[in-house]
Write a protein that binds this ligand. Structure first.
Ligand code: PLP
Length: 375
């Protein structure tokens, strides 16, 4: 009999989601308005602190798109973006016909390299323009080098859009990811640490920015008695059913972070005697990762070719790391600053099952592959 599939990062319901959905049905707020949306936003604002203003949206991608709009990014503007990421980080730059400039990762956090960032900024300034924004990512839940990057952002007065899609609950020096950017985003896609099936938030730092976010997310209706529109808006608001799922999920966030971090401890044990496999871990205690996904670097060509297949034979899902944007056909021809460290990570890395419902039984199956079946 085929063993049950172990997924990479499946949804994991907390318990109260249906109660909040039932409430939406009972009150007939089957809509992009309703108390689930209001309460979900309030709870997230309380959780994030640091004067965070949260707008619930239909996806993390929509949140990045609106962040660029809030910073007045227009056709022909330059936006600097981490290359090593999921394509959703970069695509909104193209939605606006702006020009992405990609920056490589450094080896400690796998996120944006401060030195290459500065090179990229100087290049854009040489073109006679100043970059309109810098999009940083905390990939796989690992915070980026926050201090170095924020210092560069301040030095050149270029705002940061912080893509924390994968990093809800992660911290740098005790401060939560999602609170560092001039604008920050988090995703609640089905594979993320908590989910609303599909959804995301834009986090801004003042009430005026939140008001503008809502305006753009709901078709940019002018303040008039009839339907009057002076600029382009979108239908990007989260709905009251999704927000109900979000409320139930958020109640279990602390537990989910703990569970993901325990998965990391498990992998540390499982690979500690194998010199061919290096588990990606926080470089020091300043970096607190939610370990959304556990990733390994394979230092042996045989494993590079075969490990994924071995897992697959055991009905265990693994995935390659994100393929950097500068290597994507879609982004061929855009400038890239770096030595292709992210390309090397892509060539040698693998994501391992990291769900919050990784049972002892599942762990035993994964250990067995790692310890007995790979060579
Ligand atoms: C998931 C993800 C996004 C996009 O979020 P959606 O809610 O799926 O639109 C953006 N950036 C990163 C790094 C992601 O992992």
């Amino acid at each position: 009999m085929k063993k049950e599939k172990i997924w990479l990062s499946p949804p994991h319901m907390g318990g109260n989601e249906l109660k909040y959905i039932q409430n939406a049905f009972d009150t007939n707020w089957i809509s992009q308005y309703g108390s689930n949306i209001d309460e979900f936003e309030k709870s997230l604002e309380n959780y994030l602190g640091n004067s965070s203003y949260v707008t619930a949206l239909s996806s993390g991608t929509a949140a990045i798109h609106l962040a660029l709009r809030l910073l007045n990014v227009e056709e022909g503007d330059f936006v600097i973006c981490q290359s090593f990421t999921f394509v959703a980080t970069a695509n909104p730059i193209l939605y606006l016909k702006a020009i992405p400039v990609f920056v490589d990762s450094e080896s400690l956090t796998w996120n944006m390299c401060p030195d290459m960032l500065e090179e990229a900024i100087k290049y854009v300034i040489q073109q006679g323009k100043k970059p309109k924004a810098i999009i940083t990512v905390s990939l796989y839940g690992m915070p980026f080098k926050v201090e170095e990057i924020l210092n560069i952002s301040r030095k050149y007065e270029i705002p940061i859009i912080e893509d924390s899609a994968e990093a809800l609950g992660s911290k740098y020096k005790g401060q939560l990811c999602g609170t560092f950017g001039d604008l920050s985003i988090i995703s609640f896609n089905g594979n993320k640490i908590i989910t609303t099936a599909g959804g995301g938030i834009l986090i801004s730092r003042n009430a005026a920015a939140k008001k503008r976010t809502l305006f753009l997310a709901t078709q940019a209706k002018d303040d008039a008695e009839f339907y009057s529109h002076s600029e382009i808006g979108y239908n990007y608001r989260m709905d009251n059913i999704a927000a109900g799922i979000g409320r139930g999920q958020l109640e279990t966030l602390e537990k989910k972070i703990e569970q993901r971090r325990k998965n990391h401890d498990f992998y540390q044990q499982a690979v500690k005697n194998n010199n061919d496999i290096e588990l990606f871990s926080a470089p020091n205690s300043d970096f607190y990762s939610n370990y959304w996904l556990n990733t390994v670097i394979l230092k042996n060509d045989f494993l590079k070719e075969n490990l994924k297949e071995k897992f697959s034979q055991n009905n265990i899902e693994t995935r390659f790391l994100w393929k950097p944007m500068h290597l994507q056909p879609l982004y061929k021809g855009y400038k890239f600053f770096g030595d292709n460290l992210s390309g090397t990570l892509f060539d040698t890395g693998l994501c391992l099952p990291s769900g919050t419902n990784l049972t002892d039984d599942y762990r035993a199956r994964i250990s067995n592959v790692l310890q007995n079946e790979i060579y």
